[in-house]
Ligand binder design. Structure first.
Ligand code: BTN
Length: 242
């Protein structure tokens, strides 16, 4: 990982509350990865829990110190694409993106991403990635909505290889964003969101918008009535009739 990416350290622990906290408390200045075999208080977005099967799944946080980005929402959009690129060769299947932070396989969630920031600009970013890797059973509340790599492929995955591939993809994506080479990422973003030229319902702040989505990039999206909504304000987008 150190040879191929900017992540020069991998901190691998048996258990912790959350790798986001592990990363936050760590004082080493270099970009680093924090991987826990089990999180006792894994966090999802909006105060939700994130659960794992100890020793079977992947809970990892990539800490990127002092990153200068014109528009940080680009990172929120691009990191799920990095995870998607790391996972697809393993599955041989096409993954879908559900804005803002879910990756779906066959309509079921296989990965979730949580992005925290520390300090003032240029901020330090904590890119937290949870992947259902080798577990083959889920609690009843996730039974119909979640899946794993092992369930999809029928074989056990090497999680070390997966952590390395994630580091490579995130590294390459950060390089692209730093060079402002957004176009290929934005194309993939539109493809995997799968909502272009479709009727959508989206929620942004206290407003709900409905219409056909005619433009989309990392800045925002436009509906067929001309309404433009900055991507950073969009809480969710779903296919739906106006
Ligand atoms: C979500 O789907 O709401 C986001 C889930 C993010 C889970 C990952 S696992 C590694 C990192 N540590 C956490 O506590 N959460 C993220």
């Amino acid at each position: 990982m150190a040879a191929r990416t900017r992540f020069k350290r991998l901190v691998h622990v048996t258990a912790c509350d959350s790798t986001q906290d592990l990363a936050q408390l760590d004082e080493h200045p270099l970009p680093s990865a924090f991987w826990a075999e089990h999180q006792t208080a894994g966090r999802g977005r909006q105060g939700r829990d994130w659960s794992d099967e100890p020793g079977l799944d992947l809970a990892v946080t990539f800490k990127v110190p002092q990153l200068s980005l014109e528009n940080p929402i680009c990172l929120a959009a691009a990191v799920p694409l990095s995870v998607l690129k790391a996972l697809e060769p393993q599955t041989g299947a096409r993954l879908a993106l559900k804005w803002p932070n879910d990756l779906l396989l066959g309509g079921r969630k296989i990965s979730g991403i949580l992005m925290d920031t520390l300090g003032q600009a240029p901020e330090t970013y904590l890119l937290g990635i949870g992947i259902n890797v080798n577990r083959t059973q889920f609690p009843s509340e996730l039974f119909e909505t979640a899946t794993s790599l092992a369930l999809t492929t029928g074989r056990e995955m090497d999680r070390w290889e997966l952590v390395l591939e994630l580091a490579i993809q995130i590294h390459d994506t950060l390089d692209q964003l730093e060079r402002n080479e957004r176009a290929p990422l934005e194309i993939l973003f539109g493809e995997r969101l799968g909502l272009m030229n479709r009727m959508v319902t989206l929620r942004a702040g206290s407003s709900t918008y409905r219409g056909r989505m005619v433009e989309l990039d990392f800045e925002g999206l436009t509906l067929d009535d001309g309404t433009t909504v900055p991507l950073g304000l969009v809480q969710n987008i779903a296919p739906g009739q106006p």
